[in-house]
Design a binder for this molecule. Sequence first.
Ligand code: SAH
Length: 351
Amino acid sequence: MTLQTHLLARIAQDGPLSVAEYMTECLLNPTMGYYATRDPLGVAGDFVTAPEISQMFGELVGLALAQAWIDQGQPSEFTLAEAGPGRGTLMADILRAARAVPGFAEAARVTLIEASPVLRGIQRKTLADHGPVWIDSIKDLPGAPLFFVANEFFDALPVRQFVRDGRFWRERCVGAADGTLQFGLSAPCRRPDLDHRIEDTKDGDLVEICPMGQRIAADIGALIDVHGGTALLIDYGDWRSLGDTLQALRNHAHADPLDNPGQADLTAHVDFEALCLAAPCAHSRVTPQGVFLERLGISSRAEVLAGSGRTARKDVAAAHHRLTHPEEMGTLFKVLGLYPARGRPPPGLEA
Ligand code: SAH
């Protein structure tokens, strides 16, 4: 059975799926879902992420987290958590760079939130020296200071889509026609949670919400508020969502999100305002990735790395450009910092 057949049968029995239900099936169906069945990262996969482009990314994120730990009085036990760690590259680079900060690694309990058994297996190898623990849900994070990072994780969480119709909203759904998957719209309904979008939208506009992302931001923010710590949320998106951003990527090319379900990566842009509203702690400005990395000193790090002879100078320059240039990842990707109400923003995210 293919995932397409399974989805058509489910729709025939229960009716159309919300876009969020469709994304959940495509990404996480235990036997046929995209993440459940493969390692999607890298040149041979469907997309390349910042930590896979260069070690500089994880090193600078690691030093920013370690500095935030120092600024908060070096708590002697804390959770160093990553959501959606992919191949474990970012966490490995964080821990290597943070060796320069005495006491950090010893105090850290490395904790990974990962849904994919395939990727958990790769993380187990990459991070074998650091004794990580895996948890299934953010809810399982312990009551302790939390230093948290997520890169390209929130974009993988399922979104619901609503199309404005007067003062009402119609949910975009995935149904079936002629044996194929098709988008449709539900009957108009009131959505009190979208009241604030009546001001900045007009009839026919589409807005997205990510309930799971909001719940995760609420849980992380509550831990940081009570126990201290900081979170760096790095992703593509903007302050406020407007328009259909659901996209499918397969073999580094865009595809139709309804074609070959389970075979393509499905993502949506992150609505950072919604994460800030959900998190009961302080938040930084949403800062372009290029600005964040330059503030943390990526240019100097690139010089040192190029001079070390271990990575070819032209490769270091290309990675630096790709991570920071406005036409590459520098502007589309943003960084949001969460921190305690009485604290200060993490390094690189000062106003
Ligand atoms: N952060 C990594 C990988 C990004 S890909 C990097 O930058 O390279 C998205 C990651 O999130 C994968 O590890 C994927 O398996 C994981 N993921 C997606 N949805 C998830 C969910 N609902 N719960 C836990 N992990 C999830």
